[in-house]
Design a protein around this ligand. Structure first.
Ligand SMILES: [Zn+2]
Length: 345
């Protein structure tokens, strides 16, 4: 697997990161993903639920492999328009107030407008607020301050803003000359890029996997039910391609691919994990095995929905998950290698 496929994956991830898509507001991102698979010559469709299902080819439809990544991200929704014209937010997915504070946001209104603002602590000036350092950051103590001349709820409503509007944090995407990829929402748009990198490899080489392979890009992973449907008949295994955890007590770095052996939902299939390790060894991928203490995945949603499958989880190492995240091109490359080995292409 040449470096150029990792670079392609990162480029595609950056394009996707530029499209706001918190859980529940993913139509534009899903259409972009569908068209990206189609541009590589693969049939893709938008599922009823709003995800993307792409057919990557392969002969054996009775032993099909279902690769899943998600394009929904953390974000927020307007919960209340406050009397002072500012917005009280409710998180979409596991967004934390500590991680949202001081970030620029775009508020997407149902009237089609985008209004800029910033998430701030209530009474945010340190020269004024003597309790600035003590205040616990929650969605009761931070608010979105709109960059508009509004001081009352009526004035804010007059902009077209309403409860239920979608609040998207600026991802601040950048790739450094040393190959680090920094952005919010690398979880899991970096892995959507990986699936597109795999599709590009299949397209360029003309190789066809022995098993039928489907790519499912889900849109409700961050709220727990992304992978719960849209499974084609004949699927026997599903692998989530999602961010690999990096942190104290774990072995993975941003430059490696992580193979998850267990997370909050229990152990992954012993057989699938074994085959992922074999694939990594065969392709010379720099991999680690880790237990994720606070994590759930699309494939677990697939199992909970009642599908009779074996499951696995791999992904490029990502540090500072659900915050301002960091990965590396090497981790992307090693993830692609494992997938190449698993498909036998
Ligand atoms: Zn994820």
């Amino acid at each position: 697997m040449e470096r150029k496929y990792a670079e392609f994956a990162a480029t595609k991830a950056c394009e996707l990161l530029a499209i706001d898509s918190p859980s529940g507001y993913t139509q534009k991102a899903a259409m972009w993903v569908k068209e990206a698979f189609e541009a590589l010559g693969f049939a893709a469709k938008i599922t009823t639920k709003g995800g993307v299902l792409a057919d990557l080819g392969g002969a054996d439809k009775d032993d099909a492999l279902f690769l899943q990544a998600h394009t929904d991200t953390l974000g927020a929704m307007v919960a209340e328009i406050k009397a002072n014209g500012r917005l009280k937010l409710t998180p979409l997915g596991g967004l934390r107030a500590e991680n949202a504070e001081t970030e620029n946001v775009r508020v997407h209104t149902r009237t089609g407008k985008i209004i800029e603002g910033t998430v701030q602590l209530c009474n945010a000036s340190v020269h004024v607020n003597g309790e600035y350092g003590e205040a616990k950051r929650t969605f009761d103590t931070v608010e979105a301050v709109l960059d508009e001349d509004v001081k009352t709820a009526e004035e804010t409503r007059a902009l077209g803003t309403e409860v239920g509007d979608i609040v998207c944090l600026e991802p601040r995407t950048r790739i450094t000359s040393s190959g680090y990829i920094k952005s919010r929402f690398l979880d899991d748009k970096l892995s959507v890029g990986v699936l597109l990198g795999l599709a590009k490899y299949l397209h360029d080489t003309g190789k066809t996997p022995a098993r039928r392979v489907y790519a499912h890009v889900t849109v409700y992973e961050e709220v727990g039910h992304g992978g719960s449907g849209s499974v084609p008949s004949g699927v026997t295994e599903s692998i989530s391609v999602d961010m690999g955890c990096v942190g104290d007590g774990l072995t993975c770095t941003e430059k490696q691919v992580s193979i998850c052996v267990k997370d909050s939902g229990g152990p992954y299939s012993y057989e699938v994990v074994g085959k992922l390790i074999d694939a990594a060894k065969k392709e010379g991928a720099d991999y680690t095995l880790d237990v994720y203490p606070h994590y759930g995945s699309d494939v677990e949603a697939t199992l909970r929905a009642g599908f009779d499958i074996r499951h696995g989880l791999i992904g490029p190492g990502v540090y500072a998950s659900h915050g301002y995240e960091r990965g590396h091109l090497d981790g992307v490359e090693h993830t692609l290698r494992v997938l190449k080995g698993y498909l036998g292409v």
